[in-house]
Design a protein around this ligand. Structure first.
Ligand SMILES: NC(=O)c1ccc[n+]([C@@H]2O[C@H](COP(=O)([O-])OP(=O)(O)OC[C@H]3O[C@@H](n4cnc5c(N)ncnc54)[C@H](O)[C@@H]3O)[C@@H](O)[C@H]2O)c1
Length: 349
């Protein structure tokens, strides 16, 4: 039995981590902590577990084997590293951290402490993504040439447990990045996963077009990011992240190959459309992508619990996300410098 504590009791903890731990027969929700002590206390009463007054108090509790880190982005690294050093396994929400050196330190600390570190890149678990990966590997669309992958919705100000224009997602100090950190990390990790490839170069425009803070000023983080990625294999494609797709979410990916194309979560009816070069079509009706308003089981919690329980490599190990984070930081740098950036460490340090 894996005894779990959750640090940060906001929206993602409430709609994903808490219900999915409660639903897992090998996990026991043991304690909760949030900067908003009242929030943690009320949830602890509701779910019949402990609440703590500080992170340190939770991490010192020998009853806790593993923690989910579900706090604002700027404290992901600090809390994850403290938890690993306290001997806890960690499932940290995305974005992994706000600086590349912090991401690396998280990975190094997990190795030094021989503890699991998994990152909440749940898009890898979506059924259509898992199936599309198999179809690509089987050669159903031939050799991949190009792609476009996008994640956009109307913004996080209605999602956060502290909803409104003052929410932390809009605050550069706490979020570090905007749509790029919130949504771009999902699609960057996903495209690398689907293609079994890594981003080598990025040419990006990361900007703020429309979102306003409580004073009516444009927010200090991006609300739109458009990146052209060149992969190590030579494949090129675009990754876009947006908080200004008002009216309807877009969470789609299209992969174009020498023998046809795969449209994933593009048609609301069929989660995969395989369209062959000769016009032949195959439709897959195996899933509907979850949206902010329609949360379905992510699978990420079960995978984390399984890796702790069986002492196996987590399904999304921290080190497997480093290359996606390099592409993200590289894109920010590309936009700042107004030129293409190679996503290697010399360019980013
Ligand atoms: N995997 C996904 O698809 C997904 C979806 C949504 C959010 N997230 C990530 O989850 C994290 C939390 O987002 P959310 O949507 O729950 O936001 P939220 O605003 O709803 O909740 C954040 C919570 O963290 C608490 N908090 C902030 N700093 C803290 C600290 N230092 N110690 C303890 N508690 C602290 C806040 O009081 C609040 O309760 C973010 O990093 C976000 O990017 C991931």
């Amino acid at each position: 039995m894996v005894k779990v504590g959750i640090i940060g009791c906001g929206k993602i903890a409430q709609v994903r981590h808490i219900p999915e731990y409660l639903d897992n027969p090998n996990a026991k929700l043991t304690g909760l902590y949030d900067l908003n002590l009242q929030r943690a206390k009320e949830l602890a009463e509701k779910y019949d577990c402990k609440s703590y007054e500080s992170v340190e108090e939770m991490l010192a509790d020998p009853e806790i084997d593993a923690v989910s880190v579900c706090v604002a982005n700027h404290v992901h690294a600090e809390i994850t590293i403290a938890a690993l050093k306290a001997g806890k396994h960690v499932l940290c929400e995305k974005p992994m951290a706000t600086k590349l050196k912090d991401c690396q330190m998280m990975v190094d600390t997990a190795e030094q402490m021989s503890k699991k570190l998994m990152i909440g890149q749940n898009q890898r678990f979506a059924k259509a993504h898992a199936e599309a990966k198999k179809l690509i590997e089987r050669g159903d669309i031939g050799s991949v040439l190009t792609f476009k992958t996008t994640f956009g919705h109307g913004g996080p100000e209605t999602w956060s447990v502290d909803a409104g224009p003052q929410n932390w997602f809009f605050d550069k100090k706490r979020a570090a990045m905007g749509a790029m950190a919130d949504l771009g990390v999902h699609k960057t990790d996903l495209i690398q996963y689907l293609l079994n490839d890594t981003v080598e170069e990025t040419t990006a425009k990361v900007t703020t077009l429309d979102k306003k803070d409580s004073n009516g000023n444009l927010i200090g983080v991006d609300d739109n990011s458009i990146c052209i990625y060149k992969m190590k294999s030579g494949i090129i494609g675009t990754m876009t992240a947006s908080w200004t797709y008002y009216g309807e979410e877009d969470n789609s990916t299209i992969i174009y190959g020498t023998e046809g194309m795969l449209k994933i979560y593009h048609d609301p009816k069929y989660c995969i459309e395989l369209i062959r070069k000769d016009g032949g079509k195959v439709f897959y009706d195996i899933d509907q992508i979850q949206t902010n308003d329609n949360q379905t089981k992510s699978g990420i919690i079960d995978a984390f619990v399984e890796s702790v329980e069986n002492d196996t490599e987590p399904a999304v190990p921290g080190k497997s996300v480093l290359s996606a984070m390099k592409a993200i930081f590289g894109s920010l740098k590309s936009s700042e410098l107004g030129r293409t950036v190679r996503v290697d460490e010399e360019e980013l340090e």
